[in-house]
Design a protein around this ligand. Structure first.
Ligand SMILES: [Zn+2]
Length: 56
């Protein structure tokens, strides 16, 4: 069974990285509103994924 959480985490990470590469307003320390939203989604899924890893 595919790990849905892992896939969503990786997709969110890809979306965030793709955004920061193409966005002129995002830096290492600050994000534009879109970047902030993608970053929040990525870190939330990352936390959930890592917490699951620790449980399993
Ligand atoms: Zn941005």
């Amino acid at each position: 069974m595919p790990d849905d959480l892992l896939q969503r985490y990786q997709a969110a990470r890809r979306a965030y990285l793709a955004h920061t590469r193409s966005c002129t307003r995002c830096t290492d320390t600050a994000h534009c509103p879109d970047g902030e939203r993608l970053y929040a989604s990525f870190t939330r899924l990352q936390d959930a994924y890592l917490a699951k890893q620790r449980r399993d």
